[in-house]
Design a protein around this ligand. Structure first.
Ligand code: GLU
Length: 308
């Protein structure tokens, strides 16, 4: 049987959607369409303290307004705790995961910088600590290169132990780590292709390693450049990126296509939404996107985006 393309879009409700989110939605959706595949929607609501009230619900209405259609039911990570716990228990039983009581202060004192803050040296690896409700769970990683070919960024290589150390699957505050949830959900949903922002490129070797440990198959990856402001800061809630505007869908979809190097014709800025989507579906070509992790853009007075 030929396996069918399954893509997805997986926003976190820690902020409202902005142009960078729209680009990830557009690129993953058009890639799935091009392959006549499915496109799933998953809400990554793993971190209630950081959640913005109403964000999840707004994702569904905004995506519908833009004309996105997803397949099947929306998956909410907040409802998947039991499944994550089952996988964690299995890893713990096999000795691949251990409990860790090191605080940020300890990591800071160790002073080892890594690709994602501090590198963890594995202090608690052999301590066999009990779960006192305040321990994190870490996955042991090997001293070995993990590499893969990204559909846009090309060859990626990382040594998890040297650049990161054993990483957290469940946080000390009891919340699930993104790395665990994303791997389990993509596998359980049968996702074959992941298209997302290049800010997650450094997480991919972790996810691929976890897939190997869990005997899940590896999806294909495409990491699109993220947009940043003139100071080089990624568009995000923290850098106060403007959120998507209601009633201006055509212009924003046009901008997303433009920022994805698709060269949409100028006259389509004033087309209707169906016409712009029809153009996008026929002309979409991921090969036009350059292998950059980030590109600087400016936002004009009429809210039009330009490359800097
Ligand atoms: N939830 C992540 C985000 O909003 C995306 C996760 C993914 O695509 O793997 O940045």
């Amino acid at each position: 049987m030929q396996s069918r393309y399954v893509g997805r879009f997986a926003p976190s409700p820690t902020g409202l959607l902005h142009m960078g989110s729209l680009m990830a939605a557009v690129a993953s959706f058009l890639e799935a369409q091009r392959s006549n595949g499915l496109w799933l929607l998953r809400i990554e609501d793993l971190d209630p303290p950081r959640e913005v009230a109403g964000a999840s619900a707004s994702f569904l209405s905004i995506l519908s307004r833009f004309g996105f259609v997803w397949d099947g039911d929306v998956l909410y990570q907040s409802r998947r705790s039991e499944r994550y716990a089952e996988v964690l228990a299995e890893l713990l039983k096999n000795g691949q995961v251990y409990r860790c009581q090191c605080t940020r202060k300890v990591l800071l004192a160790d002073g080892l910088r890594g690709i994602d803050g501090f590198r963890y040296v594995g202090r608690c690896r052999d301590s066999f600590l009990p779960d006192n409700g305040q321990v994190a769970y870490r996955l042991k990683v090997p001293d070995m290169e993990i590499d893969f070919l990204d559909g846009i960024q090309g060859f990626v290589r990382q040594n998890l132990q040297q650049e990161l150390g054993d990483f957290v699957l469940r946080r000390a505050d009891g919340f699930w780590a993104y790395q665990l949830a994303v791997v389990i959900d993509d596998a359980d949903s049968g996702v074959t292709h992941i298209v997302r922002g290049a800010d997650l490129l450094d997480s991919t070797p972790r996810q691929r390693y976890l897939q190997s440990v869990l005997a899940f198959s590896h999806p294909e990856y495409m990491h699109i450049p993220v947009i940043s402001n003139a100071q080089g800061e990624k568009f995000s809630k923290q850098t106060l990126a403007p959120t998507l505007r209601e009633g201006d869908e055509v212009q924003q979809l046009w901008d997303a296509l433009y920022l994805l190097w698709q060269n949409p014709p100028a006259e389509l800025r004033r087309a209707d939404l169906a016409e712009l989507w029809a153009w996008a579906k026929t002309h979409w070509h991921s090969g036009l996107i350059p292998p950059k992790r980030s590109v600087a853009v400016t936002l004009g007075q009429n809210f039009e985006y330009k490359f800097l």
